[in-house]
Design a protein around this ligand. Structure first.
Ligand SMILES: C[S@@+](CC[C@H](N)C(=O)[O-])C[C@H]1O[C@@H](n2cnc3c(N)ncnc32)[C@H](O)[C@@H]1O
Length: 467
């Protein structure tokens, strides 16, 4: 492809991303699947242009607004809309340091080339041609690429670390792998990777993690196909360590989704005992089963739930040694992987998520046996979804106490970074996705004392003996 054709392909892809209410990576996969004629190098270049724009979104919009895009003129008429062409023009000039004439010459209307420039686009090129992406007047949330809905809470929570933490979120996430101990050791996995030409090293916190340093299609490796390796961010791997399930135990992964945590938990149990993978999306659980098979794990059952309060929960209350709640959340910790998630909220917002998280935690807690552990985790950096949920859960559930994550951790598996007894990871401090986990223990019941459910049922006039 010529540079001009690549530019047009990037305009086409970005236009689709902006018009499609699906995550950018899903739109990009479908885009390239439908254009198999685009070779690997061209594909990388086109994707990098588009992902770069998603990572520089707030700063590019700041410049475009300043240059008279996306608002209203003094006489009330609408300014030109910010579209894929305007974003690419701005990015080529401000980030890639292209000259005005070299940008303009791509827009020549030729075969596979962008259509000729409109008058307002020529004015845009003129307005931006001597500038670079950063400007001293940009507010900190623009510099840090943080959307309004998350800026205040993150600024309050992070204080002086707000801008550096958020800037650490701007790079691409590394590729991490988790070794499946049912299939082999980390040393064996590293040897298999080295043999295949993959540059890899052990991760710093997860004793089962491997960080890949060069681009490589990991899914083509025999070690991956044989189930020795799974793709999983180091932060996400640590949830299983926090749960520290033992072989032979009864465990529930309440929000199992695609099964990432389930796999790690079941493997730590060495295929002994039982993990029940629950989710309200049956399709996700069905897809996860293929991963369970590849990993050689036979101790997993799936259980679709109608809602957090599915009657199955009540029927199985007090039966499990470990209950893991990897709650639906804002995903603010995964912005490195999904840069568009900041700007295009495709799932529920915080006002829906916060009560849902509390409800899921409250319901799932019923499954924990006295002496058993409840693990609450999110891939969020927002205290409302993390520490605040744990604090309010503990306040309303006096039969649970916080177990410091350092005490919950398996022996011989290193030490987790701990903040007030909880695991709280961020890209700037740990070079992982933003991740949170807290472990709570259900107190052993005093002999003869009614449990919380029995009291609740008594109040509601129900028969609390139903199982
Ligand atoms: C963060 S994702 C889980 C990711 C998964 N644990 C993994 O590691 O691949 C949250 C999951 O919670 C599920 N969920 C949403 N509402 C739920 C509810 N009321 N009860 C159980 N699961 C729920 C979603 O379908 C989603 O799969």
């Amino acid at each position: 492809m010529t540079p001009t054709a690549r530019l047009q392909a990037a305009i086409d892809l970005l236009t689709e991303v902006l018009a499609t209410p699906r995550p950018a990576d899903a739109v990009a996969s479908a885009f390239f699947r439908a254009r198999r004629y685009i070779g690997a190098k061209d594909r990388t270049d086109v994707a990098e242009k588009v992902y770069g724009i998603l990572r520089r979104w707030a700063r590019l919009h700041w410049w475009l607004n300043r240059a008279g895009y996306g608002g209203a003129n003094a006489d009330g008429t609408a300014q030109p809309a910010v579209d894929a062409r305007a974003l690419l023009i701005a990015d080529e000039l401000l980030t890639r340091g292209r000259s005005a004439s070299s940008v303009a010459e791509h827009f020549n209307g030729g075969k596979f080339a962008p259509l000729p420039l409109e008058a307002h686009e020529r004015a845009l090129i003129q307005a931006l041609e001597t500038h670079t992406l950063e400007h001293p007047q940009q507010p900190d949330a623009v510099v840090a690429e943080v959307p309004d809905w998350a800026a205040d809470t993150l600024r309050n929570a992070l204080g002086e670390r707000f801008v550096p933490e958020m800037q650490a979120m701007l790079g691409a996430a590394p590729m991490d792998l988790r070794v499946n101990p049912v299939k082999g050791t980390r040393e064996q996995a590293l040897a298999a990777l080295a043999k295949a030409g993959v540059q890899a090293e052990p991760t710093k916190i997860s004793a089962l993690g491997i960080r890949v340093r060069n681009r490589f299609p990991i899914a083509t490796l025999k070690a991956f196909q044989d189930g020795l390796l799974e793709i999983q961010d180091e932060g996400s791997q640590l949830v299983a360590f926090a749960a520290n399930p033992q072989p032979g135990q009864q465990v529930v992964d309440f929000c199992a989704g695609a099964g990432g945590k389930t796999l790690a938990i079941a493997a730590m149990m060495a295929n002994k005992g039982r993990v029940i993978a629950c989710d309200v999306l049956d399709g996700r659980l069905k897809r996860a089963q293929e991963r369970f098979r590849r990993a050689g794990l036979h101790n997993i059952e799936t259980r679709p739930l109608k809602s957090a309060r599915d009657p199955w929960v009540k029927r199985h209350k007090g039966r499990f040694d470990r209950v893991v709640v990897d709650a639906p959340c804002s995903g603010t910790g995964t912005w490195r992987r999904n840069p568009d998630a900041r700007w295009r909220q495709l799932g529920p917002g915080l006002s829906e998520l916060l009560p849902l998280q509390a409800e899921i935690l409250d319901s799932a807690a019923r499954l924990v046996r006295p002496g058993g552990r409840l693990v609450y985790a999110t891939c969020s950096l927002l205290p409302e979804e993390n520490q605040d949920q744990v604090t309010s859960f503990l306040a309303s559930h006096p039969d649970f106490t916080l177990l410091p994550v350092t005490e919950a951790w398996p022996e011989g598996m290193g030490a987790p970074p701990s903040t007030n007894g909880m695991l709280s990871l961020s890209p700037a401090r740990h070079d992982t996705d933003g991740f949170f986990a807290a472990v709570m223990v259900r107190k052993e019941a005093a002999a003869g004392a009614p449990d919380a459910d029995e009291l609740e049922a008594e109040e509601a006039g129900e028969d609390a003996t139903e199982t």
